[in-house]
Design a protein around this ligand. Structure first.
Ligand code: SF4
Ligand code: SF4
Length: 450
């Protein structure tokens, strides 16, 4: 079956389904207008670096659009802005869009479907996931419902890249119970055979043992791709966080197995977009005008077994900057890779909380904004305010006041870590294996010192 899929071109695929060219759903000519409705004179999709899917022949843009966080207006998704950003992305060669039933409070698939269905179906690849996290959803009926709902919301009759979502965190036995014993694995494989899933994969956060099980048994699973967390810190330092596997191991194993990877968290939840000043200086010595984010993207995109690099781009500015980085990608030289390894070692010693802002832990039943508490704490670390010095240090009180100011400015007090009840409901939900209540306790202690 793998051999057949390998030889299947997109055109053959569509012909086989009897659709000829484009899907009957949502056919509309590509808008000649660029962002903000102005004519897009400079758009040149040909500049985008493209990677070929070795199984299906898909020509995938190396920059992929992550639809986890979307632009908002008074807390509601700003659909006009989503449409404009997707139009801009497509006009500049970005053609891979990654969503999930749980993204953006459960509304991402719908917003993505509205925006993408304004374009011809063969101009984009859409990825979504089976986010059956709760044990009550580990059954075929729930999985089918979720899968069909994704199709409806995305307004498609086939899904280009379908992932078993967030696999590995709770070990191999949980994977077996969730997907194999439930009959879900067999179902998605049948859907792939029928052509309604074009590529089947999984997104991974977990231990070496579970990853080995999934890849060593690839004769049974026949994964078309795998989504992994990879950036220059996680390359060799993910293992330091209990329950995670270094990206170097994941990447190399996939490369050996001939499975291409999709990259998530290339900026480690935004942490690599704003690095400590001494690290930024190291980067600027080599490339004075490049941002830390550009360095991180160039590093990850330089790996040849990467099919696409996902970036959540919530504003037009970020989208434009990222398009500039990937159209085309200027691969890192050997000496630049050495520099990034040095920087990774250095940054690994910076005591930030490894939150990627995925929001899987939300909502908190007590109204806390968990990722924002961690983001503000990390900002204080990156700004050099935390960790606090010894109580006797002359700047101790000032630094306490500065931490408080950062929290006052960034978050309503009702959502502060000081309100955490230690209920532990969030504990099993974090793919980064952060002991959330403990970290909340640490932050609360600092905030209460004033
Ligand atoms: S442990 Fe704290 S942060 Fe987690 S759900 Fe309970 S109250 Fe919210
Ligand atoms: S604490 Fe964990 S689950 Fe919550 S946003 Fe951060 S990484 Fe995601």
């Amino acid at each position: 079956m793998a051999e057949n899929r390998q030889n299947r071109s997109r055109r053959d695929f569509l012909k086989r389904l009897g659709w000829g060219g484009a899907s009957a759903v949502g056919i509309m000519a590509m808008s000649p207008l660029g962002a903000f409705g102005k004519p897009e004179e400079q758009a040149d999709p040909a500049k985008m670096t493209i990677r070929e899917n070795r199984r299906t022949g898909d020509k995938v843009s190396l920059l992929g659009y992550g639809m986890m966080r979307l632009p908002t207006n008074n807390r509601a998704i700003n659909q006009d802005m989503v449409n404009q950003e997707i139009d801009y992305a497509l006009a500049h060669g970005v053609n891979y869009f990654d969503t999930a039933p749980i993204y953006h409070g459960g509304h991402s698939e719908e917003a993505t479907g509205i925006a993408l269905s304004r374009h011809p179906r063969d101009k984009y690849f859409v990825a979504t996931k089976l986010s059956n996290f709760g044990r009550d959803q580990w059954n075929l009926e729930s999985a089918k419902k979720m899968y069909q709902r994704s199709m409806e919301l995305l307004k498609v009759d086939y899904i280009d890249y379908y992932l078993l979502h967030n696999v590995g965190g709770k070990g191999t036995d949980d994977f077996k119970a969730r997907f194999e014993d439930s009959g879900i694995m067999e179902f998605v494989q049948q859907e792939r055979k029928a052509g309604r899933i074009r590529n089947l994969g999984f997104s991974f956060h977990g231990s070496v043992e579970t990853f080995d099980y999934l890849i060593d048994n690839n004769d049974d699973f026949e994964w078309d791709f795998v989504q992994i967390q990879m950036n220059y810190i996680d390359w060799r330092h993910a293992d330091a966080r209990r329950g995670n596997t270094d990206a170097e191991y994941l990447y190399n194993k996939l490369e050996k197995a001939g499975i291409q990877c999709v990259i998530m968290e290339p900026l480690l939840g935004g942490r690599l977009a704003k690095v400590p000043e001494d690290v930024q200086n190291m980067m600027m010595e080599v490339r004075p005008s490049d941002s830390p984010a550009r360095w991180a993207f160039r590093w990850v995109g330089s790996h040849p077994n990467v099919l696409t690099v996902l970036s959540g781009m919530t504003s037009m500015e970020v989208l434009q900057e990222n398009v500039g980085t990937f159209a085309p990608l200027d691969a890192c030289s050997e000496s630049e890779n050495t520099l990034m390894a040095k920087i990774a070692d250095k940054m690994n010693g910076v005591p930030v909380i490894p939150c990627t802002y995925c929001k899987y832990c939300m909502p908190c039943g007590f109204g806390l904004n968990i990722p924002e508490n961690f983001a503000l704490y990390n900002k204080a670390v990156t700004d050099g305010v935390l960790p606090l010095p010894d109580k006797t240090a002359p700047d101790y009180q000032q630094r306490l006041a500065d931490v408080n100011k950062i929290f006052q400015k960034g978050l309503n007090k009702k959502q502060w870590a000081t309100k955490c009840t230690d209920c532990e409901a969030c504990l099993p939900k974090c793919p980064q294996h952060i002991r959330i209540p403990n970290q909340m306790g640490r932050i609360a202690e600092i905030l209460r010192k004033r």
